[in-house]
Design a protein around this ligand. Structure first.
Ligand SMILES: Cc1cc2nc3c(=O)[nH]c(=O)nc-3n(C[C@H](O)[C@H](O)[C@H](O)COP(=O)(O)O)c2cc1C
Length: 451
């Protein structure tokens, strides 16, 4: 499954009085914004249509090619020129005019997903019932643009039954950047409107370098307080968070967590714990004994802690912070429990380095959605394509990391896909599994029976 986006940006921008591709939209040019949104939506390549005289574009964070056209940047001519450059391996073509640079990645991903559905050839977003951009088309449907005199609208009108509208909350799907007043409105919108929750989720990247500044006063309290409103199994609230600011303690924690430097660099380390101690106290106060041997109870507490942790990550990211979860906090569960003075029936499920991010990592993306979302029953027929997509995504991530000097300063192997890595991590020769051989024993020492 390969998606190519075509960005018509060949117009002279006469009414705007400027080249729209290079407009400054909140510190990024319009084209950089588009490239970021496409990257986050999992688009494979961008074809940017530019006039012969256009100024060069800034570096873009996604594979791209420039298609040059002559004349005044007529949209249909631009699309015809770009269509010839779309590889036969491409399934879906997305047309995103530069005028709609403020369309976000969740909208892009939603129209692409809709275009993949059975019986659908064309999908477009709608805002309050009005159809807009970008339009996602199956490769075959888009090829119809080559018929003489055909414009994009004709493809949509030709056969309404093959078109799907996808409702969206983003008004910039229907409003475009045409005149200076539109630009002013766009800049005001960027300054005033936070990303939607869905958009923010899609923008997640683990951050592994942090600025030294402390977090704002009261910020940790506010974030943890919000995070603990996650659902909790049977209302047991079986979690605790230990916030560690003290540098020498963070160094000691890092030493127990494979010396990960981001634990020391971030101003705060949060230990997200499954905590049955409070339930043990309830039982004791009522003349009972906690069923601490129960595997189900262990699972409930662990799930509760994970839900809190992910809520916390989202809350932090919504305030401009970056996080890296630290599963290595289970490398030495007993020692870390001693260091944090945890009571019995309490263990660190994972840690979280949190602070103002100082890096800009390449997003990892995720495997194609059909590998995860099934309708009505598990559909194995999609798996081969989804796993191949995961391999391709991993290799593309490696290529882009290497373009920027590697991952964590080291080159990434370009020929290793996701499946290969997972087999190495979890197959018969797994070093990781060996290193966790004593985990059950250590959890038992901490008061979890796991029966
Ligand atoms: C429970 C958990 C534990 C993790 N532990 C670590 C860790 O110890 N060190 C680290 O650098 N990243 C850790 N990660 C981050 C993952 O490597 C990362 O989420 C994954 O590679 C996907 O990348 P992304 O978060 O940038 O999308 C952890 C993630 C989770 C969910």
């Amino acid at each position: 499954m390969r998606t190519v986006a075509i960005i018509p940006a060949a117009g002279k921008g006469r009414r705007m009085g400027a080249d729209k591709a290079l407009l400054d939209l909140g510190g990024l040019t319009a084209m950089e914004r588009i490239a970021r949104s496409l990257e986050s939506a999992g688009v494979d390549e961008m074809l940017v249509v530019r006039s012969r005289e256009a100024l060069p574009l800034p570096p873009l964070p996604i594979a791209h090619r420039i298609v040059t056209v002559f004349g005044d940047g007529d949209m249909a001519d631009s699309l015809r020129a770009a269509e010839q450059e779309v590889s036969p391996a491409c399934d879906v073509v997305l047309v995103l005019p530069v005028d709609h640079a403020l369309v976000e990645s969740d909208t892009i991903a939603a129209v692409i997903a809709a275009a993949h559905r059975e019986g659908v050839a064309i999908a477009r977003p709608s805002f309050r019932g009005k159809p807009g951009h970008p339009v996602a088309m199956r490769r075959g449907a888009f090829a119809e643009i080559q018929q003489k005199g055909t414009v994009l609208r004709d493809l949509v009108r030709k056969e309404p039954s093959r078109v799907r509208d996808v409702p969206t909350a983003n008004a910039w799907t229907v409003a475009d950047l045409d005149e200076p007043a539109d630009l002013e409105a766009a800049r005001a919108w960027i300054a005033a409107v936070p990303a939607t929750v869905v958009e923010q989720m899609r923008q997640h990247r683990s951050r592994r370098s942090f600025r030294p500044e402390a977090l704002a006063e009261g910020q940790i309290e506010r974030l943890v307080d919000a995070a603990r409103h996650a659902s909790t199994s049977s209302f047991i609230q079986a979690y605790a968070v230990i916030a560690v600011q003290d540098e020498s303690r963070r160094r000691a924690i890092a030493a127990l967590c494979a010396d990960q430097k981001h634990i020391v660099e971030a101003p705060v380390f949060l230990a997200v714990c499954a905590d049955l101690h409070k339930l043990a106290e309830c039982c004791r106060a009522h003349g009972q004994t906690l069923q601490a041997q129960s595997f189900e109870l262990f699972l409930q507490a662990t799930v509760d802690a994970a839900l809190l942790g992910q809520n916390l990550a989202l809350a932090a990211e919504s305030e401009g912070l970056g996080i890296c979860m630290i599963g290595a906090a289970r490398n030495h569960p007993v020692q870390i429990a001693q260091l944090l003075e945890l009571p019995e029936h309490c263990y660190v499920v994972f840690g979280m380095a949190i602070g103002r991010p100082a890096d800009d990592p390449v997003a990892r993306g995720r495997m194609p959605l059909p590998g995860v979302l099934h309708w009505e029953a598990y559909d194995r027929s999609c798996l081969a394509a989804a796993l191949a997509g995961a391999d391709a995504g991993m290799k593309e991530w490696a290529r882009r990391c290497n373009e920027r000097g590697g991952y964590q300063g080291r080159p990434v192997k370009l020929d290793k896909g996701w499946q290969d890595r997972m087999a190495q991590l979890w197959g018969g020769t797994s070093e990781y599994v060996k290193s966790r051989a004593v985990l059950i024993e250590e959890l038992r020492q901490l008061g979890f029976g796991l029966e």
